[in-house]
Write a protein that binds this ligand. Structure first.
Ligand code: ZN
Length: 246
């Protein structure tokens, strides 16, 4: 089961377009995994500094860096920030190499990012940058400061802005991470009324809804990479026991 694979990982990397995206895509899951001993890292490609109606981006960026650090502390995880420009996240190989370098350095078994079907251009870019960064990280002939590394699983999390074609293929029990998630997101002004979108209501209800279908109090939904992606990345499932050669 995907759930067993995720919670067996020693290292998990979650890549979000803006600080707060990784928190909703995989925050409760991160809290559970960290509590079980995994090293979980959120990589914010941008801080989402253009999203405040009154503060100038530099000031909001500083605020969000503090909020992200406090949220990470609540979840028991590490946080990184590539410092790229909100609303102008470049979708190119140079940026994908930055994601590749983080994957090679942290050596996660599991990587989680946005689903590609999003109205938001930065989210579409983040989805593609992570897939390309994953591909670069695994490429042994590509010399970087860290050796090549192939994560074992790529998943796409659920985000209200990324709903075009998203299918909740895998439901993962995150019941034990819900309280930490709730405390973590409330560190952000975004969850305390800054946005007209009711983030906390939406995601609390969503995790409960997924939990109803999973048979637990709370669950998070994920879509898997395609079979051809997994085959291309060398991520074949092990053969059935009866088919193994002696
Ligand atoms: Zn976002």
């Amino acid at each position: 089961m995907i759930e067993d694979k995720v919670y067996a990982a020693r290292s998990i990397l979650v890549v979000g377009a803006h600080a707060f995206d990784a928190e909703v895509i995989a925050g409760p899951l991160a809290a559970v995994a960290a509590n079980r001993g995994a090293t979980v890292t959120f990589l914010h490609l941008t801080m989402g500094e253009q999203g405040h109606p009154c503060l100038i981006p530099d000031h909001y960026c500083a605020q969000k860096e503090k909020e992200a650090a406090k949220a990470a502390q609540r979840l028991g995880i590490d946080v990184r920030n590539l410092g790229l420009r909100d609303a102008f996240l470049p979708n190119d190989d140079e940026t994908a190499l930055k994601v590749c370098d983080v994957i090679r350095e942290l050596k996660p078994e599991v990587v989680i990012t946005h689903w590609h079907g999003s109205w938001h251009k930065d989210h579409r870019a983040a989805a593609e940058l992570t897939r390309t960064g994953f591909f670069f990280a695994a490429l042994p002939t590509l010399k970087r400061s860290h050796d090549a590394h192939t994560p074992q699983l790529l998943l796409f999390g659920e985000n209200w802005e990324d709903d075009d074609g998203f299918k909740p293929e895998h439901l993962i029990d995150v019941t034990d991470g819900f309280e930490a998630w709730s405390a973590a997101v409330h560190e952000y002004e975004l969850a305390r009324g800054l946005s007209s979108f009711p983030y906390v209501d939406y995601y609390s209800a969503l995790y409960r809804l997924r939990g109803c279908l999973r048979g637990t109090r709370y669950a998070q939904a994920f879509a898997a990479a395609s079979h051809s992606w997994n085959a291309g990345a060398g991520l074949f499932a092990p053969p059935a026991a009866g088919n193994r050669k002696p």
